[in-house]
Design a protein around this ligand. Structure first.
Ligand SMILES: [Zn+2]
Length: 296
C-alpha cells in the first residue's frame, strides 16, 4: 500500500471542503403554528387515544387549530365539548358534521335522505365550540354518485349557508359536485382532501383551481408531493408558489396508526414548509385555512 503524495492529500481535502460549502444548505424547518384541516377522532381512536393523548400530540406538534370530524359525530362533539382541555392545549376546534354514523354509510350517503336529516339536526344543534363550519369528510368511490339526490342537496345547502365541504373525491367529481351548487362552484368552499389521491396531474389540479376560486387543496397522502428526503418535488413547488393561497395541511387520522405517527406527520410538513418563503409557508400552514374557516 503506497502513501499518497502530501499535495494530493491536500488537494483532496480542499475539494471536500469546497463541496461541503457549495452544497445547498438545508433550509431550517418551519416553526410557526399549524392548522390541521383534516382530523378525525373516530370511535376506535377514542379508547386507544383518549382526549389527553390526542391534545398532547397536537400541542407538541404546534397544531393550534383543527377541523374536527368523526364517525359517528360523537368524537367531534367530545373535542368540541372539552373546552377547558382544548384551551389549555392551545387548540381551536372547528367542528364539521360528518356524514357517517357507521362504516356502511360510506357507500350510500349520497342517496340516503336520513343522512340529510342528520346533517340538518346537527347544524341546528351546533356544538359547545360554536356552530359547525362545514360538512365532511365524505368519499365518492364512483364520481358519478356526485349526482345522487342527497349529494346534490348537501352541496346546495353548503353553498347557501357558506359551509365548507371536505371531500375525498377524484377530479371528475369536483366538477360534478360544483355543478350541484347555486353558484356553480364560484362561491363553494370545497376542501379537496388529498388534492387527488389517485395522483391526478398537477396540470389538472391547476385547471380546477383556476375554475373554482374557493377550491382548496388539502395535501395529506398526496402522491408526488415530496421527493427524496421529504423535500417538495419541483412541479409541486412551482404550483404552491404560483397559488400560495390555495393549499392547506391535514393529518387524516382515519386509523389509529395515523395518531401514533401524528408528530412525525406534522414534522414532515415542517420540513418542506421550511423550503418556502416564510410568508408562503405561513399561509399554507395556517393562514389559508384560518381565512377560509373564519378563524383568527
Ligand atoms: Zn380522512
Amino acid at each position: 500500500m503506497s502513501t499518497p503524495h502530501p499535495l494530493i492529500t491536500l488537494a483532496h481535502g480542499l475539494a471536500l471542503l469546497i463541496a461541503l460549502y457549495a452544497a445547498p444548505t438545508h433550509a431550517a424547518d418551519y416553526i410557526g403554528p399549524l392548522f390541521d384541516t383534516h382530523l378525525h377522532y373516530n370511535l376506535e381512536a377514542q379508547t386507544e387515544h383518549p382526549m389527553s393523548d390526542v391534545l398532547a400530540r397536537m400541542k407538541s406538534s404546534g397544531v393550534k387549530a383543527i377541523v374536527a370530524n368523526s364517525r359517528p359525530n360523537e368524537g367531534t362533539k367530545a373535542l368540541a365539548s372539552a373546552t377547558t382541555q382544548t384551551k389549555v392545549a392551545g387548540v381551536t376546534v372547528v367542528p364539521f358534521v360528518r356524514l357517517y354514523r357507521n362504516r356502511e354509510d360510506y357507500n350510500s350517503w349520497y342517496k340516503d335522505e336520513t343522512i340529510y336529516d342528520m346533517v340538518l339536526t346537527e347544524l341546528a344543534q351546533g356544538t359547545p365550540a360554536g356552530p359547525y363550519k362545514g360538512i365532511g369528510e365524505f368519499h365518492l368511490y364512483d364520481s358519478a354518485n356526485a349526482k345522487g339526490a342527497v349529494a346534490k342537496k348537501l352541496m346546495a345547502l353548503a353553498d347557501e349557508k357558506g359551509l365548507a365541504v371536505l371531500a375525498h373525491v377524484d377530479d371528475a367529481a369536483i366538477d360534478l359536485l360544483m355543478a350541484n351548487t347555486p353558484s356553480k362552484g364560484q362561491k363553494t368552499k370545497l376542501i379537496w382532501a388529498h388534492t387527488g389521491i389517485g395522483g391526478v396531474s398537477v396540470a389538472r389540479v391547476r385547471e380546477l383551481m383556476r375554475r373554482y376560486p374557493l377550491l382548496t387543496g388539502e395535501l395529506s397522502y398526496r402522491p408526488g408531493l415530496t421527493c427524496g428526503a421529504g423535500q417538495l418535488c419541483p412541479e409541486w413547488r412551482t404550483l404552491l408558489l404560483e397559488m400560495p393561497t390555495r393549499f392547506v395541511l391535514g393529518s387524516d387520522t382515519w386509523i389509529n396508526q395515523r395518531w401514533q405517527s401524528y408528530e412525525a406527520l406534522m414534522q414532515g410538513y415542517r420540513t418542506w414548509l421550511g423550503e418556502l418563503q416564510k410568508e408562503t409557508a405561513d399561509r399554507i400552514a395556517w393562514g389559508n385555512a384560518a381565512a377560509l374557516l373564519g378563524i383568527k
